[in-house]
Write a protein that binds this ligand. Structure first.
Ligand SMILES: Nc1ncnc2c1ncn2[C@@H]1O[C@H](COP(=O)(O)OP(=O)(O)OP(=O)(O)O)[C@@H](O)[C@H]1O
Ligand SMILES: Nc1ncnc2c1ncn2[C@@H]1O[C@H](COP(=O)(O)OP(=O)(O)OP(=O)(O)O)[C@@H](O)[C@H]1O
Ligand SMILES: [Mg+2]
Ligand SMILES: [Mg+2]
Lengths: 229, 229
């Protein structure tokens, strides 16, 4: 689960100050899937990064799995992140010198999972995502959508109780995007209470959401703007 | 205009050989907008990169604006690219140490355009793309969709006769994506005969296309698979 309370983020100072996230509060329970949609530049990545403990809020509080993260020191955050959060980055952030499977296994190793079990897990996930023939390739030899799927597999590696995904289908065709949606919402034992927050521009993902929220100019609301046709 | 004739691309050797593009032929006339859709990993970026003279085909020929590019030496290609092709990269490929406007002005400078005219052009394009408040920011301070729009502006900087865009709306919300479509298809004097090839997963772009092609396992056809609902 995740709770964000009166959280704001200001970048810059003085004339160049920008209030990217403005007094946002949000709660996602176990087993819930919440979508956050909104215009480009509205603060979605900034909000998700704070929820994922990758960025300090300017003000406000954050609880991850019941732990008040905003009260922890910088040194305590990595452990909480590793064990509780699977983050899918908008730009994937894969390690360039590791193969697809190694990019996934490394997060299992860091969490103390045995090498053979880590290997089995990475193979299972990559196969579910249609990448069984690309497992030993470096990111530079993968297509955009293949890298995106490796990033998704990595977030699922340690079966975390919280998944935060930043535009996970942006580079996927309709069919592959559908399979990813299926996996996130219904595959891999989600009935065990995992919370999922998906930032997306893809209106089709609304089919798997319990709730859809709208972020505009850093402010959250539930008045979702329908698709422009 | 662009013509691609019996073009193939093979990556790797022996066991790891992958035929990413398989005997593809394609012709796009002046004033035409052609979409290329297809599954993730099917060869779209590879095909577009060869059309954009960024990647040598393993076999086949390519004509850009009537010039047989496959007959030129490596040293002759940059000039042809600079003057004839505007390329929007799937991963944007912006220069990290230059601001949004500088990323656009540098391609104008390289083409011999005066600094003041280059500046006017970059401001016009960034404003049309909704980025007037972000012109002096570095890519690291921009959202994913803002970087994507800078990449689009850069491709349009020198008003080239050929635009090749690799998934130009993947990180844009519906309304912003619509404005980009409008710009590509109908803004900026397209009636002057510019050819546009757009690789995309976004079925809404079909509204502005003259033709839609389908690439699967490196092979091109016109049997387009409809959206999975
Ligand atoms: N440098 C490379 N070395 C080896 N294989 C590569 C290389 N670049 C791409 N490939 C492979 O070639 C195939 C086609 O890649 P390409 O990037 O053209 O796909 P795409 O259609 O653009 O996919 P997406 O929609 O995911 O962007 C993929 O299977 C990819 O893994
Ligand atoms: N490090 C930074 N310094 C200054 N401004 C920033 C920084 N990072 C982001 N911004 C600005 O904050 C605003 C929100 O950015 P954010 O990346 O959260 O948007 P977003 O909703 O994810 O957009 P997109 O849909 O395009 O990915 C944008 O206007 C962006 O330019
Ligand atoms: Mg973003
Ligand atoms: Mg691609």
């Amino acid at each position: 689960s995740i709770e964000v309370k009166n959280v704001s983020k200001i970048y810059g100072r003085g004339n160049t100050e920008i209030r990217a996230v403005d007094d946002v509060s949000l709660q996602v329970k176990s087993g819930e899937i919440v979508l956050i949609m909104g215009p480009s530049g509205s603060g979605k990545t900034t909000l998700l990064s704070m929820a994922g403990l990758l960025l300090r809020p300017t003000s406000g509080d954050i609880w991850v799995n019941g732990v008040q993260a905003t009260n922890l020191t910088e040194r305590q955050l990595p452990q909480l992140r590793l064990n509780s959060i699977g983050f899918v980055f908008q730009a994937y952030n894969l390690l360039a010198s590791l193969t697809a499977r190694e990019n996934i296994e490394i997060v299992s190793n860091l969490a103390g999972i045995h090498a053979s079990q880590a290997r089995q897990r990475s193979e299972e996930l990559l196969t579910l995502l249609g990448l069984e023939t690309r497992m030993d390739h470096l990111p530079s030899d993968l297509s955009g959508g293949q890298k995106q799927r490796v990033a998704i597999a990595r977030a699922l590696a340690n079966d975390p109780p919280l998944i935060l995904a930043d535009e996970p289908t942006g580079n996927l065709d309709s069919k592959t995007g559908y399979e990813v949606m299926e996996l996130l919402c219904c595959g891999l034992g989600r009935d065990q209470g995992r919370s999922i927050v998906i930032v997306t521009h893809d209106h089709r993902l609304r089919n798997i959401a319990d709730r859809v929220l709208w972020l505009e100019d850093g402010k959250l609301s539930d008045k979702v703007v329908p698709e422009t046709i």
